[in-house]
Design a protein around this ligand. Structure first.
Ligand SMILES: *Cc1c(COP(=O)(O)O)cnc(C)c1O
Length: 376
């Protein structure tokens, strides 16, 4: 059996252990510590955000962002339907209801048109949404200029789920910087990892100060433990942040490597009838976290996305269907949805290919060969 090719595995740069050793040598294992401060500074530098809080996960960052937007039980929050469940779960943690909005074809992300319709209809029903969560899936920026304009019209805050999109930009403006707040993830399969972790970023430092307070059990300023808010244990540890500092040194290189994967796939697969790729709209720059293809089985003699996935699996190659939209998930049955069949069709026909920055040309060639063989 050939060695396993993973969809997206951790890729250390080399300096991580130096930072981790420093944490051990100073016995600054947990909690917080100088590497957390350093990592937050690195994140601000890279994303252009004025302030950042390093947290235990991207999900935790989203949860805190919703709290900071005042989302409470019985409220409604608009969320992109085509995403990973972590974008929507924190809405439910708050006792609020997600209202799902479909994607458009240019970016596979939130459709500004469906967004406007959704807001109008919710307002008409007497419930103005408390926040909007667009997502930059697979690293491709959502149409943030249009989305932000609609959000401004209705004065609804935007929380950008940039978990998959660190380093992606629109006209050089980083993803995560268009909304009131942005969230990042450093989970094991993301473009850089802290083994597990996330961050909340914002230009308004007040949000970040409050997020840090809530993330450390909401302790009031008193020598005894006094609390006037419900708190959370959501901070990143100094050891995880040490890994993050090493990863930040290679982030630009990692983005280039992921983009090279995309270019290699497109070069070798775009000639196949029925196979298409997501192009960057003008001015959009994607970190190409994952390369995905769409397979139109009406043009491939009936070969479907699932046939291709199974052929890859038989060769010990991991691939994955695009995210199953939230409005199609059993757990969110009954949640309002505004859209058409766009995300359902993307789910039906789309496949994420191995995209790690540590893949060799030999690995990529193995993937390409299997796909060419089944779609010949
Ligand atoms: C990974 C991911 C998250 C959650 O991040 P964690 O750090 O795993 O909690 C949220 N949204 C999207 C779109 C993601 O891909």
């Amino acid at each position: 059996m050939n060695p396993k090719i993973w969809l997206s595995s951790p890729h250390m740069g080399g300096k991580e252990q130096v930072f981790v050793k420093e944490a051990f040598d100073t016995n600054w294992i947990a909690p917080l510590g100088p590497h957390v401060d350093g990592f937050e500074n690195d994140l601000c530098q890279f994303t252009g955000a004025k302030s950042a809080a390093a947290l235990s996960s991207g999900t935790a960052a989203l949860h805190l962002a919703l709290i900071l937007c005042g989302v409470k039980a019985g409220d409604e929050v608009i969320c992109q339907s085509f995403t990973f469940s972590a974008s929507a779960n924190p809405i439910v943690y708050q006792g609020a209801t997600p209202v799902f909005v479909d994607s458009e074809r240019d970016t596979w992300n939130m459709s500004p048109e469906h967004l406007r319709n959704a807001i109008k209809d919710r307002v008409k029903k007497g419930k103005k949404p408390k926040a909007i969560i667009p997502v930059h899936l697979y690293g491709m920026p959502a149409k943030m200029v249009e989305i932000a304009a609609i959000a401004d019209d209705f004065e609804i805050p935007v929380i950008e789920d940039a978990a998959e999109a660190i380093g992606s930009t629109i006209d050089e403006k980083p993803c995560g910087s268009f909304g009131k707040m942005g969230i990042l993830s450093f989970n094991g399969n993301k473009i850089i990892t802290t083994s597990g972790g996330g961050a909340l970023i914002a230009d308004n430092n007040d949000y970040i100060v409050k997020a840090r307070f809530l993330a450390t059990q909401a302790r009031d300023a008193a020598p005894h433990y006094q609390h006037s808010h419900i708190g959370y244990n959501y901070r990143m540890s100094n050891v995880c942040a040490a890994i993050g500092r090493g990863q930040m040194e290679v982030l630009t290189e990692r983005i280039q490597q992921r983009r090279n994967n995309f270019n290699y796939y497109i070069q070798h697969l775009s000639g196949i009838e029925g196979v298409t790729f997501l192009k960057e709209p003008n001015g959009f720059f994607s970190n190409r976290w994952l390369t995905a293809i769409l397979i139109d089985s009406t043009k491939t003699n009936g070969i479907t996305r699932e046939n291709v996935r199974l052929a890859l699996e038989a060769e010990n190659i991991e691939s994955r269907p695009l995210w199953k939209p939230m409005h199609m998930q059993p757990v969110f049955a009954g949640a309002p949805f505004y859209g058409d069949e766009t995300s359902a069709q993307l789910f039906e026909n789309g496949l994420c290919l191995p995209s790690g920055s540590n893949l060799s040309t030999t690995d990529l060639d193995r993937v390409i060969q299997v796909i060419k063989a089944i779609l010949k």
